[in-house]
Design a binder for this molecule. Structure first.
Ligand code: HEM
Length: 196
């Protein structure tokens, strides 16, 4: 982030700085199992993403979050992921999963930051799927960007995060939410690799 961006988006800057280490180690873990070296590895990666997305999907229907992020429902990638898994004839676990509905607004914003931010990383990963002959029509639908461009979607997201009225305490809760979301992502990947 440039200094101007830091000044314009102070809350985003905090979110980023408290989660940098966790993001880096997650990124290292994902890349260490070489998701684009074979279909088998890629399917592990899809299952990891699915465990994570299934957990956060209810947030994309949350009324309190939609009041802040107007286009929220259209941002959810869960259906694309399901379709990617179906492409590989993988079974999809279903079931009620509404735990995150109990989060306060600030904590939910922290969680959402992690998932929306992961789409920036997805841009990098999407460049590699060609190696496995995957695309936004087969196996890698969930990595595709939105119609109006990832940059726009991310800027709109950042502006909305900055616009919410939060006390200092609530901002702390938001940062904890982001850290918890990264911890959950670590758990998803650790469990997935053990099962593999
Ligand atoms: C191998 C996997 C990954 C790679 C290569 C990767 C890479 C990246 C890259 C290049 C960015 C953009 C940084 C920038 O604009 O300067 C980014 C941002 C981000 N990624 Fe990842 N990422 C990966 C996985 C993930 C995962 C699994 C999550 C969360 C579950 C995640 C969460 C984020 C967040 C929250 C941001 C936004 C950071 C900000 O505030 O600017 N990433 N990632």
């Amino acid at each position: 982030m440039t200094n101007i961006v830091k000044q314009q988006y102070p809350r985003m800057t905090k979110l980023r700085s408290v989660t940098t280490d966790s993001h880096q180690s997650l990124d290292d873990k994902v890349m260490s199992f070489k998701p684009f070296d074979s279909n088998e590895n890629y399917i592990k990666f899809l299952n990891f993403q699915y465990r994570l997305m299934a957990k956060v999907a209810p947030l994309y229907q949350s009324k309190q979050l939609i009041s802040v992020f107007n286009d929220l429902t259209s941002r959810c990638r869960l259906d694309y992921l399901k379709q990617d898994l179906i492409d590989f004839k993988q079974s999809i676990s279903t079931g009620e999963n509404n735990e995150l509905n109990a989060l306060s607004l600030p904590a939910a914003i922290g969680w959402l930051y992690v998932i929306e931010g992961s789409k920036l990383g997805a841009a990098v990963l999407a460049k590699q799927v060609g190696k496995l002959d995957l695309s936004d029509e087969f196996g890698a639908r969930f990595l595709a960007g939105p119609g109006n461009g990832r940059g726009n979607a991310w800027r709109e997201f950042m502006k909305s995060v900055e616009s919410v009225n939060l006390s200092e305490q609530e901002e702390e809760t938001m940062l904890e939410g982001a850290l918890n979301a990264f911890n959950f992502a670590h758990t998803c990947i650790d469990n997935g690799l053990e099962q593999a």
